[in-house]
Design a protein around this ligand. Structure first.
Ligand code: ZN
Length: 293
């Protein structure tokens, strides 16, 4: 499933393609994409709109029109967008929508599992819609380790469950949560509210580093994720734990373990990410706490 690095990589390619362009004609083939609205109605509403900006919030693509309306796209499990010159789109049984732009190019939406959504919002509707669903942007300069601590302190869930919740932080999913926890040397089952200041700093740094790493490789293509130019990401070649059961940990050589946390398959290093913070034999927990002061 596309997470922040994947959606942001898509956004970066779409922005120059879409900004300033007018939606000349729109075809929506799948009622699931826009339900409960009628595909033909949504398509007709979109025609004539000119794109002002292409933004991202969490895993949402935010296409802002000059009219003030917004098309909110969520790729969910298997959604992807392809940009091509008109009449050159390859045949695709999983194509759910096509937008013809006024420069005679097409943006096609493909979705094998059909969980993706397109939602057209009127001016002023998008901010409250997103505010109710997504929390802080982890790559934003305003997002600090103290802020992360505030978000986690209210949670009774495990660290992994709390980080997967889009209202805690926007844009993290199964891949980058596991990668960030490995970098931070934190066990996914630790109670979210149990981290000390030092651990929060480590986690804050680790989340950003894992996301930046994915972004630099244009995300990870495991199966369906594609960029609008048809290429894939390469982050999948550099996972530290995700999908690497029984392979040696890059840091300590211990075989990576696989388990289930919050209903999601979870990979971690049993040695680098011990269940108890104080179980490190090299350093008692009080001294690591003191070193952060
Ligand atoms: Zn390890």
């Amino acid at each position: 499933m596309p997470e922040l690095p994947e959606v942001e990589s898509v956004r970066r390619q779409l922005e120059p393609v879409l900004v300033g362009r007018r939606f000349e004609s729109v075809r929506i083939n799948d009622p699931r994409l826009v339900r409960p609205y009628e595909p033909a109605e949504v398509a007709a509403e979109l025609e004539g709109e000119r794109v002002a900006e292409v933004e991202r919030r969490g895993k949402y693509l935010v296409v802002r029109f000059e009219s003030g309306r917004v098309l909110l796209i969520h790729l969910r499990m298997t959604g992807s967008l392809l940009h091509a010159s008109s009449e050159s789109l390859p045949d695709d049984p999983h194509r759910r929508a096509v937008v013809r732009l006024d420069d005679a190019s097409d943006v096609a939406y493909r979705d094998v599992r059909r969980f993706g959504t397109w939602l057209l919002l009127e001016p002023g509707e998008v901010e409250p819609y997103l505010a109710a669903r997504v929390g802080d942007e982890p790559l934003d300069t305003l997002f600090t380790s103290a802020r992360l601590g505030e978000r986690l302190a209210r949670r009774r869930a495990s660290l992994k469950a709390a980080l997967l919740d889009q209202r805690t932080l926007a844009g993290l999913g199964n891949i980058y949560v596991d990668e960030a926890l490995w970098r931070a040397r934190l066990n996914p089952l630790r109670p979210a509210a149990s981290l000390d200041r030092n651990e929060l700093r480590r986690l804050h740094r680790a989340i950003r580093a894992a996301l930046e790493h994915g972004l630099a490789r244009q995300g990870s293509t495991l199966r369906d994720y594609r960029l609008p130019d048809g290429s894939g990401g390469s982050m999948q070649d550099e996972f530290r734990v995700y999908g690497r059961r029984d392979e040696p940990c890059d840091r300590c050589g211990t075989p990576i373990a696989r388990t289930s946390v919050a209903g999601r398959t979870t990979w971690f290093c049993p040695r680098c990410q011990p269940a108890q913070a104080a179980s490190s034999s090299r350093q008692p927990s009080w001294s690591s706490r003191q070193s952060s002061v």
